[in-house]
Design a protein around this ligand. Structure first.
Ligand SMILES: C=C(O[C@@H]1C=C(C(=O)O)C=C[C@H]1O)C(=O)O
Length: 112
């Protein structure tokens, strides 16, 4: 085995190890997002039952400010963190609107 083959193998091993970690992190992200969506679905049902608006811009502004700070201390681009949170929140609001429409169409009485 010549030295360039050896180098190739060590690079390949490092790449594989890094990709294994990336796969684990991606799995954790998916599981964490699934748990987050379970919570937001419950918030959506609560809002529909109590006739509350799907979106809460004041809460979103607080979350974005907090996440930007967390990103900065973690050396992650705060603009990226904000874009990611906005992307997730937009999907949550879409779910909440669907839940609210289903609730109205189900004919359940509104709370007084
Ligand atoms: C989950 C909520 O509903 C919406 C979605 C949010 C989120 O995904 O974090 C935050 C605020 C709301 O616009 C909430 O009001 O807490």
């Amino acid at each position: 085995m010549n030295s360039s083959t050896q180098l190739d193998e060590s690079v390949r091993a490092e790449l594989t190890a890094l990709r294994d970690s990336i796969d684990n992190i991606d799995a954790a992200v998916v599981h964490m997002l699934a748990e987050r969506f379970k919570c937001t679905q419950r918030v959506g049902r609560l809002k529909a039952e109590h006739n509350l608006p799907a979106a809460d811009p004041a809460r979103e502004a607080r979350q974005i400010a907090r996440l930007r700070q967390l990103a900065e201390s973690a050396k992650l681009d705060p603009a990226f963190a904000e874009k990611l949170l906005n992307f997730i929140i937009a999907e949550v609001i879409r779910h909440h609107e669907t839940i609210a429409n289903e609730h109205v169409n189900s004919g359940d009485p509104e709370p007084t």
